[in-house]
Each structure stands twice: as structure tokens, then as C-alpha cells.
Design a binder for this molecule. Structure first.
Ligand SMILES: Nc1nc2c(c(=O)[nH]1)N[C@H]1C(S)=C(S)[C@@H](COP(=O)(O)OP(=O)(O)OC[C@H]3O[C@@H](n4cnc5c(=O)[nH]c(N)nc54)[C@H](O)[C@@H]3O)O[C@H]1N2
Ligand SMILES: Nc1nc2c(c(=O)[nH]1)N[C@H]1C(S)=C(S)[C@@H](COP(=O)(O)OP(=O)(O)OC[C@H]3O[C@@H](n4cnc5c(=O)[nH]c(N)nc54)[C@H](O)[C@@H]3O)O[C@H]1N2
Ligand code: SF4
Ligand SMILES: [Mo]
Length: 695
């Protein structure tokens, strides 16, 4: 009873995490330092009052007893954790870093320093801070390949732009296809809008190699083998053409479809695709007929099916479907992969420090951090070895491919590592200096969204925890010590944002904050590409120009197809491994919160009961999984909702949560995907055997 008498105020904020939903939040503020529950804002028409469980419990993360609170210097061994560090003052830490960076720069050149970042926060001012420092000092650049490189290329190949139909239109669709994504886990709001459509009788189809909670809700679940979506899409198109259900007028007016495409697809029959996908001919035909039965079909494309060697080609093939039937012309029809291009009016120049950038500086591939740190000459080019890393917003020791190699690189004695973090992650535990970072509740920023259309500004709600400082504050302090004088390091985060907004003629940060967002949705004609697609000829391209999208374009088929580039199973590696997102983790974030840990239990591999029997796996027991990159030990669980020959491991658990301290990315290759690089998280052949040695 007493609790109810607290004065709890509710404050608007924006979820900063790497999630297409970018939810509008209402945060309960208990006092100057503490928050209570977090709610979804009902005033944002996309969030519509719903958020995920992990952010609803954000108090567990922001007030976590192990939250970093002071700068730390490592005095013990790498990889041990908090006890290997001693607190130091911010001045000591910053002076030490500046001095080391200067010495390394003088001896090896500025490119020997690699500021390394990703999307721990999606806010442009805080996230871009790493770039501002990088460009001001000529430090090595970063190819951002870990997440969207493959899918972006695949979607651009056909559509020519990174935008699609407003997700709120899903409510008016008659058929929704969730293809290669698991929104119940990864962007819950998609399900909110799907539920509205289903109330009016719409059907849901899910294409995924296992029966995810999203697939469990579907009217039709196509449980295909990973890396075979191109085959399925081609067979669906072939069936539609055979049935004469394509929209010829639309194709002629809006695409490059011609007799050559028709001829090519004529051999991609449901029978051909059944052999590749593991689906039955009947399922494929049923799906094709269902798809052609309405033009109000909304294709929600996930990232999951792009994380393969042939992923860009698969994305392109699937994106051809709404063009073939002319679904783009109708309300509730078309496709959405990402709306990230909607916010082009916001000028990235000040946020990323682009005016300071020297285009001659080398770019290192973030997904290849293992090979880079272990000195692979292909990655380093004729540049110096990486002698220092400054890491913000990411946890590469856990999330990057070939993690055994990543670890080996971090263990180098001659590598100086600074990690700016909220928690003592496994990456932070490898650092020489750890700096405590604020969360979105303690700093200001602006957010775009790939899953919806709102530009939003969020402001600090509580005081910074301990001595935590924002990314922007840190780079300003370092820039000053390294002799950089520029207004980008003098303005506040929101003043930088205002510069970016003003130059595009947008309202100010304050105005956007007061309005709780600015809806940047395009008009119907533009959003549905009725005044043309993104290519110069304004057409959708069935013929992909991969060479225009990356150096390795020639490895991909020009027309939609099944490209046999994947790490196919063989006699000694009979399984294909998919490493999917867990519901209550967000990448490796939230692997420290009690609510999430309780829900997720422990790392486990899902396998089909028949496969389990064949491999002599009897119950919830330890198995070894391995391939040319390494081997891990993990508990097995049988699950009938997995395609034969496929293993599913959900969640980016810390390496330390696995029996041998080697996590799932020890098995994932760092080979760059075509056409422009990208990580292959769901394209790994492995062997599996029971492990009956004592735990
Ligand atoms: N709870 C939670 N939310 C998250 C994240 C998280 O880790 N946890 N991560 C965030 C990030 S960074 C991102 S990029 C997004 C990712 O969001 P999604 O696109 O949903 O996630 P993916 O990992 O890309 O894969 C999702 C699904 O793709 C399926 N899949 C794998 N291979 C194939 C294939 O070859 N074909 C088909 N059809 N399906 C395949 C997997 O089985 C999985 O169910 O989610 C964000 N949201
Ligand atoms: N096996 C496998 N591996 C994967 C994936 C997969 O599906 N399977 N998914 C991949 C994908 S899609 C992605 S995007 C990557 C993501 O990988 P990461 O970008 O590394 O994401 P997180 O693991 O969430 O780590 C983000 C870190 O940033 C910190 N952080 C948050 N906000 C701030 C801030 O304001 N300042 C600072 N300094 N730090 C902050 C958080 O505490 C957290 O530790 O992982 C990839 N790795
Ligand atoms: S669904 Fe995504 S954006 Fe929304 S609160 Fe959860 S993590 Fe944040
Ligand atoms: Mo991602």
C-alpha cells in the first residue's frame, strides 16, 4: 500500500537498442536517480502501447548492481573480470589514453588506431561520436558489415532504395508474409499490427527453418532449409506465371521483367525447389496460390535469411514477389525491409564528422576483427598492424565471427584496448582501460527507425549513474587532449543534432521532443513506388546489377535463383547451424539481467527428434558441435519444430556461459559475403556428437 503513495512521474523517451521497432517509451521516474517500470507509449501510432518484456524491466539493467561506475585500469590478467581492475580518476584515464594514442600514432601512423563501434545505442549523436573522433584524427575506418550489409545489397538490387511500405498498413492487409525474421522475439510491434489485420480475417505466413513463436501463430509455416529462400521464391514465381496470375500491365510499366526472366523462371519449378528447400511440392504450390489470391499482401522481410553466402541473392529473389503480382499498387500491399532511407533530410555530416574525413584512410571490416587483430595481411593491406582499439557500443568478443580468433587477437600483449561500456562485458574484461558509459536514460539523442517512420528525440530522465559519461562527452575530452579544435567537440549532443536538423530544414530537437516524434512517412504514391522505384530508370530490377553494389558482385546470379554458395552439409558435417536471436536478450545485451537469464535458462541447441535418435542423443544432455573453426559443448533439446539436418542455437550468450568458455561464434566463419561483405551467422555446416565426458 505504501508504495502507491510515491509520486511517480512518467516521462517520454525512446528505446535506443538495435531493434527495428525504436519504441516510443513512457518511463516511470521514481526520483532523480531511479526509474520504475517502462511502458510503451500509446501516443505513438506504431508503438501503440506495446514494448518487449526486456525493456519493460529496464530498471534491472540501468540499476544493475554490476553496472560500471568509475574508470578502471587493468592490473591483473586479461579476461578475468572486475577483480583484475582498479579504479582510477577520469583525468588519469583520459591522460593515459591520449598519451598512448599519441605514441602509437607517432610510431606506427594514425591508422594503427582503430575506433570500433556498433549499435549498442542507435542514437545518432552518441553512436556517431566514434566516427567524429576517428575522422578528426585519421584513425582507421570501419566497414559496417556485421548486420545489414548483405540484406541492404539484396534489397537495393531490386527496389533500388532502402525503404518500403508503412508498417501501419499491415492492419489493412489480407495476407502477411513474415519472411526470415522472428518479430515475436526481435520486433514485437510487427505482431501488434498483424493482430489488427487478423481480427479482420487476414492470414499469416511465416518462412523460417524452425517453428519460432512467430511461426507458431501462422496459418502456414514454411519450414525450409536455411539458405534456400531463393529457390522457394523462384518456384512461387514460376507457379504464378504458370497459373497466369502475374500482373502483366504492372510488370511492363514498373519493371524490367521480360521474356528472358520468364524463360529463366520456367525451369525453377516447385519440384526443383522442393529438392532444395526440403518443402513439399504441395506446400510450395499452396503458398504460391495463396500469395496470388490477393493483392493486399504485405511482405515483411527479416534479416535472418540474408545472413548466408547467397543471402543478398535470396533477398533479391524474395523482393521480386510483390512486383510480379503488382501488390505494390494496393493499400496493405507491397513489402518492407527497412525504412532507413526516410530520414535523409537529417544531415549526417556533423553527426558523423564527415567534413573531417580523409577518404584515403583505410577501412577495416568489423566482422573480420579476428583476422584483423591476428594480422591477416589481406585485411591490413599495406597499412600498419592495429596497435590500439577504442570500443564503444559493441561487444565483439562475443558477437563477432570466428570468436576464438577474436580472443587470440585481444590477448596480444602489444595491443592497447580502451572499452567504454555500461557493463563489464567480456570485451571490457579484455581492456587495458574501461570507462563507464551512460544509458539512454542519462543522455540526450535523436533516433531514426528502420521499422517505422518516426524521427524521435529522447532526453536524459535521471542523473548519470556513478561517474558514467556519454560517448559524446568522452570523445570531446579525448579530442581536446589530442589537440583537435573543432566545434563538433565543443557543442552539446543536442546542439550537434540541431545542426543536422537545421541543414535539412527540419524542426529543432526541442520541437521534435515536445511533439514526441516527427512522422516522416511518405505519401501513398511514393511509399508504394507508384512514381517509380529507386533506380535511375525508375523500374524494379529482376536483373540485379551486383557489380554496382560491391566488389564481389560477380559471385552472385544476375536473375533470381538458388545460388549454390552456401556452406552445404556433407557427410562429415551433416547439420546446418542457425544462430538466431533470443527473445529476452538483445544481441549480447540483457545477458546480465535476472529477468532475462531466468527466461532463457542456459545455452542449448534445438534439434529434430529424429536427428537426435540418429545421433544417439537421448535427452537434455551435453553434445559437442564443431567444424573447421572449432568446437563447442552445449546442452541439446529435441524439438519437432526444426527442419531435419538443422540445428538452432538461440541467443548471444557470453562465451563464459558455455561449458568450455567458447561460445557460438567460435563456429561462425568470418568470410565476407558477396557482394560487399557481411557476416554469415546462419550459414555454417557442423558435426554433432553426444558428449558423455563429465561436465
Ligand atoms: N529479442 C531480441 N531482439 C532483437 C535482437 C536480439 O538479439 N534479440 N537483435 C536485434 C538485431 S541487431 C537485429 S539485426 C534484428 C534481427 O531481426 P530478425 O530479422 O528477426 O533476426 P535474424 O537473426 O536476422 O533472424 C531471424 C530468423 O531468421 C531465421 N533464419 C535463419 N536463416 C534463415 C534462412 O535461410 N531462411 C529463412 N527464411 N529464415 C532464416 C531464423 O531461424 C530466425 O528465426 O533483431 C533485433 N532485435
Ligand atoms: N551468432 C550470432 N552472432 C551475431 C548475431 C546473430 O544473430 N548470431 N547478430 C549480429 C547482429 S545482427 C548484430 S547487429 C551484432 C550486434 O552486436 P553488438 O553491437 O555488439 O550488440 P550488443 O551485444 O548488444 O552490445 C552492445 C554493447 O553496447 C553497450 N552500450 C549500449 N549503449 C551504449 C552507450 O550509449 N555507450 C556505450 N559506450 N556503450 C553502450 C551495451 O552495454 C552492450 O554491451 O551481433 C551480431 N552477432
Ligand atoms: S521492442 Fe525493440 S525498440 Fe521496442 S522496447 Fe523492445 S528492444 Fe526497444
Ligand atoms: Mo543487427
Amino acid at each position: 500500500m505504501k508504495k502507491d503513495t510515491f509520486e511517480v512521474s512518467r516521462h517520454y523517451a525512446v528505446c535506443p537498442h538495435d531493434c527495428p521497432s525504436t519504441c516510443a517509451l513512457e518511463v516511470e521516474k521514481l526520483d532523480a536517480n531511479r526509474i520504475g517500470r517502462v511502458h510503451g507509449s500509446k501516443r505513438n501510432s506504431y508503438t501503440d502501447g506495446v514494448i518487449c518484456a526486456k525493456v519493460a524491466r529496464y530498471a534491472e539493467r540501468v540499476h544493475h548492481p554490476q553496472r560500471l561506475s568509475t574508470p578502471l585500469r587493468r592490473v591483473g590478467a586479461k579476461g578475468v573480470g572486475r577483480e583484475a581492475f582498479e579504479p582510477i580518476s577520469w583525468d588519469e584515464a583520459l591522460d593515459l589514453i591520449a598519451e598512448r594514442f599519441q605514441t602509437i600514432s607517432a610510431e606506427f601512423g594514425a591508422e594503427a588506431i582503430w575506433p570500433y563501434f556498433y549499435a549498442g545505442t542507435m542514437g545518432w549523436a552518441q553512436r556517431g561520436a566514434t566516427h567524429r573522433l576517428r575522422h578528426a584524427l585519421g584513425y582507421s575506418g570501419q566497414k559496417e558489415t556485421i548486420c545489414v550489409a548483405i540484406s541492404n545489397a539484396g534489397y537495393r538490387a531490386g527496389v533500388g532504395a532502402l525503404r518500403g511500405v508503412d508498417a501501419r498498413e499491415i492492419a489493412d492487409s489480407e495476407l502477411i508474409l513474415v519472411w526470415g525474421g522472428n518479430p515475436v522475439h526481435t520486433q514485437i510491434n510487427v505482431m501488434t499490427h498483424i493482430a489488427k489485420a487478423r481480427k479482420k480475417g487476414a492470414k499469416l505466413v511465416v518462412v523460417d527453418p524452425y517453428r519460432t513463436p512467430t511461426a507458431q501463430q501462422a496459418d502456414l509455416h514454411l519450414m525450409l532449409k536455411p539458405g534456400t529462400d531463393g529457390a522457394l521464391a523462384c518456384a512461387v514465381m514460376q507457379q504464378i506465371l504458370t497459373d497466369g496470375l502475374e500482373d502483366s500491365d504492372y510488370l511492363a510499366r514498373y519493371s524490367d521483367f521480360d521474356a528472358g526472366v520468364r524463360e529463366h523462371l520456367s525451369t525453377r519449378t516447385p519440384q526443383w525447389a522442393a529438392g532444395i528447400t526440403g518443402l513439399s511440392i504441395e506446400q510450395i504450390v499452396e503458398f504460391a496460390r495463396l500469395y496470388a489470391s490477393t493483392r493486399r499482401s504485405f511482405l515483411r522481410l527479416g534479416y535472418g535469411f540474408s545472413r548466408s553466402r547467397n543471402g543478398a541473392s535470396n533477398m533479391h529473389a524474395v523482393s521480386c514477389l510483390p512486383t510480379l503480382v503488382g501488390a505494390w499498387q494496393h493499400r496493405g500491399g507491397g513489402a518492407l525491409y527497412s525504412n532507413s532511407e526516410l530520414y535523409q533530410q537529417m544531415d549526417r555530416t556533423p553527426l558523423h564528422g564527415l567534413a573531417l574525413r580523409d577518404p584515403g584512410v583505410r577501412m577495416l571490416d568489423m566482422s573480420r576483427i579476428g583476422p584483423v587483430l591476428t594480422g591477416d595481411p589481406q585485411d591490413l593491406g599495406d597499412g600498419p598492424p592495429v596497435k590500439a582499439l577504442m570500443i564503444q557500443n559493441t561487444n565483439p568478443v562475443v558477437v563477432a565471427p570466428e570468436s576464438a580468433k577474436v580472443r587470440e587477437g585481444f590477448l596480444r600483449d602489444d595491443l592497447f584496448v580502451v572499452v567504454h561500456e555500461q557493463m563489464m562485458t567480456e570485451t571490457a574484461a579484455m581492456a587495458d582501460i574501461v570507462l563507464p558509459a551512460t544509458t539512454f536514460l542519462e543522455h540526450d539523442d535523436i533516433y531514426t527507425a528502420s521499422g517505422h517512420t518516426h524521427l524521435q528525440v529522447s532526453k536524459a530522465i535521471i542523473e548519470p549513474h556513478g561517474e558514467c559519461r556519454s560517448n559524446h562527452w568522452l570523445v570531446c575530452e579525448l579530442a581536446r587532449r589530442l589537440g583537435v579544435k573543432h566545434e563538433l567537440f565543443e557543442l552539446s549532443a543536442l546542439e550537434l543534432v540541431d545542426k543536422a536538423l537545421q541543414s535539412g530544414g527540419l524542426p529543432s530537437a526541442d520541437e521534435i521532443h515536445r511533439a514526441e516524434g516527427l512522422d516522416c512517412a511518405l505519401d501513398f504514391e511514393s511509399a508504394h513506388f507508384l512514381n517509380g522505384f529507386g533506380h535511375a530508370d525508375k523500374r524494379f530490377h529482376f536483373y540485379a546489377d551486383w557489380a554496382a553494389l560491391g566488389e564481389q558482385g560477380d559471385r552472385l546470379p544476375v536473375l533470381p535463383d538458388h545460388a549454390e554458395l552456401i556452406d552445404a552439409a556433407d557427410d562429415s558435417h551433416p547439420f546446418r547451424l542457425v544462430t538466431a536471436p533470443a527473445r529476452t536478450f538483445l544481441n549480447s545485451s540483457f545477458t546480465e539481467t535476472p529477468g532475462s537469464l531466468k527466461k532463457e535458462g542456459r545455452p542449448r541447441v534445438l534439434l529434430n527428434p529424429q536427428d537426435a535418435e540418429r545421433m544417439d542423443v537421448v535427452g537434455d544432455e551435453l553434445v559437442s558441435i564443431g567444424n573447421r573453426h572449432g568446437q563447442i559443448r552445449i546442452h541439446a533439446t529435441t524439438f519437432a519444430g526444426v527442419q531435419h539436418g538443422v540445428l538452432i542455437v538461440e541467443g548471444l550468450w557470453p562465451n563464459g556461459a558455455f561449458v568450455d568458455g567458447l561460445g557460438i561464434n567460435a563456429l561462425v566463419s568470418a568470410e565476407p559475403a558477396a557482394p560487399a561483405g557481411g557476416a554469415l551467422f546462419h550459414d555454417t555446416k557442423v558435426w554433432l556428437k553426444p558428449d558423455r565426458t563429465a561436465e
